[in-house]
Design a protein around this ligand. Structure first.
Ligand code: TYM
Length: 332
């Protein structure tokens, strides 16, 4: 809580083109909190460098991610939108929280295990201590809820453990946050391998639908989506591909699984895939249109970055100051 107001906080890495997984699992839900909560949504560029980035691309994607936040309905007047590296308190609190995070806890993180096997030539310490920086992001703003996809649940739970450990030694320091996971879009799967999460870093671009893909590309990708040898559109165990397409269709249209099954009774997979593609393209069209307009105005985006960083810094400074005092650091 900040000034008696509940706080919602989340972040997205500018480490690739954003996917409909990022949209349905996270960004689309961020605006649900804009009215009743104090909201902070961050472009986490410091997290992105745990994997090597091309500097010019990281810079470009930082602008693009902020533009997408706004295009997806986050009004900068109602939400604090900012870039992580513009608020130095994140890195400072992350160091402190590193000293309250156990080696064993970090070793159990599935994202660390996945990423270290994918990037075996660069298993750096930042990749390992990544959750302490994420905890710093969340705890700096006395966050109550963290809307994320299911893959980030483990990190938010570790953040809770870190906050509780710190509070036990230094009472009343941090609000202990809850992860909020939207049931329907919490894990959108790859179109090429529906047992795997859809990921912006997937090398097979046909496996992934990007928020900015044009209509023809979206329809082509859904047409090629891996399904099964059955022909009936129904949600059932073992039908990972169709289950995933039904989930995506449901998220974009608001229809339940039963309604979808009824709608496609007597139709084959081909008709269904086309409908999923069309629903997805139709829902993304206004986002894409708004995105183009916003991205074209770099000075507007920079003004928003600056405003967001100033707002965030105010609260971040307050929490960091409190933590430093509790730890016994000398204040000059
Ligand atoms: P990132 O950048 O990998 O993903 C951003 C958000 O998108 C969700 N997501 C998905 N949801 C459903 N299906 C998918 N296929 C899918 N892929 C991604 C993620 O769960 C996430 O919510 N560590 C975080 C960024 C972060 C953060 C934070 C989040 C840094 N600090 C503080 C919350 C609070 C990450 O790598 O997200």
């Amino acid at each position: 809580m900040l000034n008696d107001q509940l706080v919602s906080y989340s972040g997205v890495q500018p480490s690739g083109n954003l996917t409909i997984g990022n949209y349905l699992g996270a960004i689309k839900n961020f605006s649900l909190y804009s009215e009743k909560y104090k909201t902070f949504y961050c472009v986490v560029d410091e997290h992105a460098i745990t994997v090597r980035q091309v500097p010019a691309e990281l810079r470009r994607r930082t602008y693009e991610t902020l533009a997408l936040y706004i295009a997806c309905g986050l009004d900068p007047e109602k939400n604090t939108l900012y870039v992580q590296s513009h608020v130095h308190e994140h890195a400072e609190l992350a160091w402190i929280l590193n000293c309250f995070t156990m080696f064993g806890e970090l070793s159990r993180m599935t994202q660390f295990k996945d990423k270290s096997s994918k990037h075996s030539d660069n298993i750096n310490a930042g990749l390992f201590t990544y959750p302490a920086l994420m905890a710093a992001d969340i705890l700096l703003y006395q966050t109550d809820v963290v809307p994320v996809g299911i893959d980030q649940k483990q990190h938010v739970e570790l953040c809770r453990d870190i906050a509780e450990r710190f509070n036990q030694i230094h009472p009343d320091t941090f609000t202990v946050p809850d992860p909020i996971i939207n049931k329907s879009g919490m894990k959108i799967m790859s179109l090429a391998d529906p047992t795997k999460k859809m990921s912006k870093s997937d090398e097979n671009t046909n496996a992934v639908v990007y928020i900015l893909d044009d209509k023809d590309t979206i329809i082509r990708k859904f047409k090629r989506a891996v399904t099964d040898s059955d022909t009936c559109v129904s949600f059932a165990e073992g039908k990972d591909g169709i289950n995933n397409l039904m989930t995506i269709y449901s998220c974009f249209t608001g229809k339940t699984m039963e309604e979808i099954e009824k709608e496609f009774e007597g139709h084959g997979y081909g008709d269904f895939k086309l409908a999923v593609g069309e629903a997805c393209a139709a829902a993304l069209a206004p986002v894409q249109q708004k995105y183009k307009e916003i991205l074209a105005d770099k000075s507007y985006l920079e003004a928003q970055m600056k405003k967001g960083a100033e707002e965030a810094s105010y609260y971040a400074r307050r929490t960091l100051g409190k933590v430093q005092k509790k730890l016994g650091f000398v204040k000059l």
